[in-house]
Design a protein around this ligand. Structure first.
Ligand SMILES: Cc1ncc(C[n+]2csc(CCOP(=O)(O)OP(=O)(O)O)c2C)c(N)n1
Ligand SMILES: [Mg+2]
Length: 378
């Protein structure tokens, strides 16, 4: 049986170890994500951004669940809808729009991947691929490495409900259960995989119940309640760090916009359903909590929003004017530089040297038989 975390009323944040400032910072991150989303959609409709992936509706569950992680120590494994996770991890609006415009200094991929394929070595955000659920075995692997090395870090891995239908998902969760890995699995269940509703994806009502099949706990959380998301995540992260193994946290949420800027959701869900979900927007729910606690009033919220909107507008302008990648750099980082084979370690344990060590330890069988020469077209 999955545990259900109930929403509670009254003052909760100090009991969870969150200060008033933490709460305001969380709210600020949520508003920033919403404003970036509005701006990227506007840019798409203006023909300036070819493709964008909206976050609106998911901000609360993303910020609440990502907040307990320690930057520089833990690893974030997000999926494309996770803008607010990445803002919590330390990205800024400039990073979002450098990727939206495919610019040279886009930290995620230098303009090579589609936008929303988040990545930052500096911030511990693991790069992802477009095929759904491919990040799940990667997250299990990172967690395995942490455990093997005796580190006390934790891995947070986020995905949608549709991802849970993939073989990769089952394999990754099973592996994490067998080895009691320090990973927390978060399903942002928004009831759709593009147009496919939940009832056509699974024969169970809640994703979290599947955790039992892998030997660990599943938790169901009201995803629009930021503090409930934080609480469930904090407990799971602490358990992971202490050697207690994985947890599957199901965050019940909803996306307000179409799947992407290329989708028309009117074909598969009613406007009434969307409007109903918007009434339970985590931004409204959390703002009400902040007001009840006397932490902010209407004027304060309005000036916060205006300040963030000005910041987003300025960052959109800066990103728009930033340098494009050169055509010659198209194959950079696609193939390793030079000839394949063992390299000398510089002893700092980083980057390419680690990769070559791994190749040696596997007897080199991972080395491609015929690696294309640098710059060669494939
Ligand atoms: C293996 C694979 N199959 C299909 C797709 C096409 N696709 C892209 S997003 C998506 C829906 C995923 O839904 P979900 O995991 O619920 O996340 P959400 O978009 O709802 O946040 C699909 C089917 C893909 N990218 N990869
Ligand atoms: Mg979904």
């Amino acid at each position: 049986m999955a545990t259900r975390v109930q929403s509670q009323s009254g003052s909760r944040h100090s009991a969870l170890g969150l200060s008033d400032q933490d709460l305001l910072d969380m709210y600020r991150t949520m508003v920033m994500a919403r404003l970036c989303d509005e701006a990227q959609f506007r840019l798409n409709r203006q023909g300036k951004a070819p493709f964008v992936v909206p976050v609106s509706g998911h901000e609360g569950c993303q910020v609440g669940s990502a907040w307990p992680y320690q930057k520089g120590k833990d690893v974030f494994v997000p999926y494309y809808r996770d803008m607010a996770i990445c803002l919590t991890a330390g990205m800024g609006p400039r990073d979002v729009f450098l990727a939206v415009f495919g610019k040279k200094d886009d930290p995620s991929s230098g303009g090579r991947q589609m936008p929303a394929h988040w990545s930052s070595k500096r911030l511990g955000i693991l790069t992802g691929s477009s095929p759904i659920a491919t990040q799940i075995p990667h997250a299990a692997g990172v967690a395995y490495a942490m455990k093997y090395r005796g580190e006390d870090g934790a891995v947070g891995c986020w995905f949608g409900d549709g991802a849970t239908s993939e073989g990769d998902w089952h394999e990754g969760l099973n592996f994490s259960g067998i080895h009691k890995l320090p990973v927390v699995w978060y399903c942002e269940n928004n009831r759709y995989a593009i147009s496919v509703p939940l009832s056509k994806q699974m024969a169970v009502k809640d994703v979290a119940v599947r955790a039992e099949g892998y030997g660990f706990e599943g938790v169901i959380v009201e995803g629009n309640d930021v503090l409930a998301c934080y609480e469930a995540s904090k407990n799971a992260v602490e358990k992971a760090r202490a050697g207690g193994g994985p947890t599957l946290v199901e965050l019940k949420t909803y996306r307000f916009h179409p799947h992407t800027s290329d989708d028309d959701d009117r074909a598969y869900r009613s406007r009434e359903e969307v409007e109903e979900a918007k009434r339970n927007d985590s931004l409204i729910v959390f703002a009400n909590y902040l007001k009840d606690q006397g932490l902010i009033n209407e004027d304060g919220m309005e000036s916060l929003r205006a300040g963030l909107k000005a910041e987003v507008d300025a960052e959109v302008g800066a990103a728009w004017n930033a340098e494009d990648p050169s055509a010659e750099s198209g194959l950079l980082h696609v193939f390793a530089d030079g000839e394949p084979g063992p390299r000398r370690s510089n002893g700092d344990g980083g980057g390419d040297d680690e990769k070559s060590d791994a190749l040696e330890s596997t007897g080199g069988e991972a080395t491609p038989a015929e690696a294309p020469a640098q710059g060669e077209k494939v």
